[in-house]
Design a protein around this ligand. Structure first.
Ligand code: MLT
Length: 262
């Protein structure tokens, strides 16, 4: 990573790092930032490479390189709580792999620990090529929106459908291609979850089609000290679709950790 990532930095206290989904940007977590900061935490939310205001990556695509960029953004921070949604969850698990002793607690939203089966991996590489050739991302909307947003949201929240559609259409082709190639090569994180003894929260929307509850249950089953939550009336982008519920679940989870982390 050559240039630092753009990062929202709000509040003071122990760090809660929130990692966004693909192909969104840090504003995906915007409803959670102030409420969590007001509970005595420093909330850091980076734009991942090439998304939002962050420069595109120069490294070969990998979750390892993505995690390195985020850890550089964290600087000297010793121990922190890390939470990620979908691609952000893959990244949180990569961070756990790289610096397990620094992960004070782990939060995984609408994600999964397994690597991609070969067909899915090849599909990602094809999307990366298509996006690069087209030089735009808007043509992904018809296939992405029904997967990212739940039925309830699509039927009742045209404002959210419009907001997320804009995120997808405005995502830079280079960032989309890089992230797809990075995700295509991510390893199986199940051994890392099984080795982690810290507190962990796993949550997913009950209308999530991309990473349904079975994926969440598998991760919660592997983690030794986990809590499993369901976000009702939400699809894959739970932090956007049910922001208050996600904030409450996070606040309930990290509340008891606050005195321990100082
Ligand atoms: C995401 O929401 O980040 C994506 O669905 C992740 C993926 O493509 O696996």
């Amino acid at each position: 990573m050559t240039s630092p990532l753009a990062c929202t930095d709000r509040g003071s206290g122990p760090v809660v790092l929130l990692l966004h989904a693909f192909p969104c940007h840090r504003h995906m977590w915007r409803e959670q930032v102030d409420p969590i900061a007001s509970l005595g935490w420093r909330v850091l939310v980076p734009d991942l490479p090439g998304f939002g205001d962050s420069p595109e990556a120069v490294d070969e695509p990998s979750m390892t390189a993505m995690a390195r960029g985020v850890l550089e953004t964290l600087g000297e921070t010793d121990r922190f709580v890390v939470g990620g949604l979908s691609m952000g969850g893959y990244l949180a698990m990569e961070i756990l792999r790289q610096v397990p002793a620094r992960v004070a607690a782990l939060m995984l939203f609408d994600t999964k620990a397994t690597a991609d089966p070969e067909a899915a991996r090849l599909g990602r590489l094809q999307v990366a090529d298509r996006v690069e050739e087209a030089g735009r991302t808007g043509f992904l909307l018809p296939e992405m929106i029904p997967n990212l947003l739940g039925d309830t949201t699509r039927e009742t929240r045209p404002d959210l459908v419009a907001r997320v559609s804009k995120w997808i259409a405005c995502a830079r082709p280079g960032a989309v291609a890089w992230a797809q190639r990075a995700m295509a090569d991510r390893p199986d994180s199940r051994p890392d979850l099984a080795a982690y003894g810290g507190p962990s929260l796993v949550a997913c929307g009950d209308e999530d089609r991309i990473t349904p509850r079975a994926d969440a249950a598998e991760m919660a089953g592997l983690l030794r000290n986990s809590r499993l939550e369901t976000i009702s009336g939400s699809g894959h982008l739970s932090a956007v679709e049910r922001p208050e519920d996600v904030t409450r679940v996070i606040a309930d989870f990290i509340g008891p950790l606050r005195p321990v982390l100082g």
